[in-house]
Design a protein around this ligand. Structure first.
Ligand code: PSU
Ligand code: MN
Length: 298
């Protein structure tokens, strides 16, 4: 069922560092055209510059993919069907033409392929009002059930970040802050909530992965957006409030919530959020490569 691209297979066989990448962020569901293609190019280049091989995950022609050809990448950029971990089975059974993988599906595919490090932009989490809607991203449980280091810029503050951190604690996922004491809120460096542990080096992250008591559990490494690229917190909050209200007014629920809110925030900030999104994704890819390299020597 899983097809690992030749370049990725060879790297894994030779014990060279590999970084898995999700595909929802690079599709039309994550970033507007043409910034999605630029994001993919820059993130892959950042992984390569760090000495690792990039492996984009997706569903193509009804098969699970880890690493894509150029032609397949193009199809993924145009993808519109979101694949969370539970949807992997359906996408394969129904032979979906193209499916773009969220964090939950991507860590699952990384695990199946034998890849230990995965780079994304932001993870999904507990939505505000989840006590009524029950909307908790499958990303959180996937982090607890695949032994992979996920490198992210925290989660967007349209989520309930305090509850997101509580859920990760309950699920037993170590949360590490990369040279920063606070859980980052994607476009801004600090959510105001502390991370449980701060790490200073990629070697420390690698040693945490190697020291887990449960074999199934992953590790979440949160990397704040670089200072120069951070958005103004007030502007960012105003855009989120408007976007959340619009989602509620339009009766958006389920898997459609995140793409709807992302699109609306982009428009509310007149595209100002897009360069920030690219910068943090690229930075995460670079840190992920460092962790993949460090894992070779612990
Ligand atoms: N957050 C972002 N950009 C994204 C996503 C989240 O800033 O593109 C995507 C990721 O693929 C994440 C998914 O795994 O949304 C979460 O969706 P949901 O909330 O439906 O679980
Ligand atoms: Mn959801």
């Amino acid at each position: 069922m899983i097809v690992v691209h030749d370049l990725v297979r060879t790297a894994l066989d030779e014990g060279r560092p590999v970084v898995a990448m999700e595909s929802t962020i690079y599709s039309t569901l994550g970033l507007p055209v043409p910034h999605n293609a630029e994001a993919l190019r820059r993130c892959k280049a950042a992984v390569e510059a760090g000495g690792a091989v990039p492996a984009v995950t997706a569903v193509v022609d009804g098969t699970w993919r880890v690493g894509l050809s150029q032609d397949e990448e193009q199809r993924v950029l145009e993808g519109t069907r979101k694949v969370a971990e539970r949807d992997l089975a359906v996408a394969a059974a129904q032979r979906w033409d193209v499916g773009v993988t969220t964090v939950s599906a991507s860590v699952a595919l990384a695990h199946h392929a034998g890849i230990e490090v995965f780079a994304t932009g932001g993870i999904g989490g507990v939505h505000r009002g989840a006590e009524l809607s029950g909307d908790v991203s499958a990303d959180l449980d996937a982090l607890a059930s695949h032994p992979v280091v996920t490198v992210c810029a925290g989660a967007k503050s349209f989520l309930d970040l305090a509850r997101t951190l509580e859920h990760l604690e309950t699920a037993g996922v170590p949360v590490l802050g990369w040279r920063h004491p606070d859980f980052p809120a994607f476009y801004v460096r600090s959510s105001g909530l502390p991370v449980p542990h701060v790490v200073e080096t990629a070697q420390e992250v690698a040693r945490v992965l190697r020291s887990r008591s449960r074999e199934s559990t992953g590790v979440l490494l949160t990397v704040p957006i670089p200072e120069a690229d951070e958005l103004d917190p007030a502007r960012h909050d105003a855009a989120l409030t408007t976007a959340l209200q619009a989602a509620q007014d339009a009766g958006i629920t389920g898997a459609a919530v995140t793409p709807f809110v992302l699109d609306r925030v982009g428009r509310e900030t007149e595209g100002g959020s897009v360069p920030a999104n690219l910068a943090l994704a690229e930075n995460n890819a670079s840190v992920a490569a460092q962790v993949a390299v460090a894992l070779r020597s612990v």
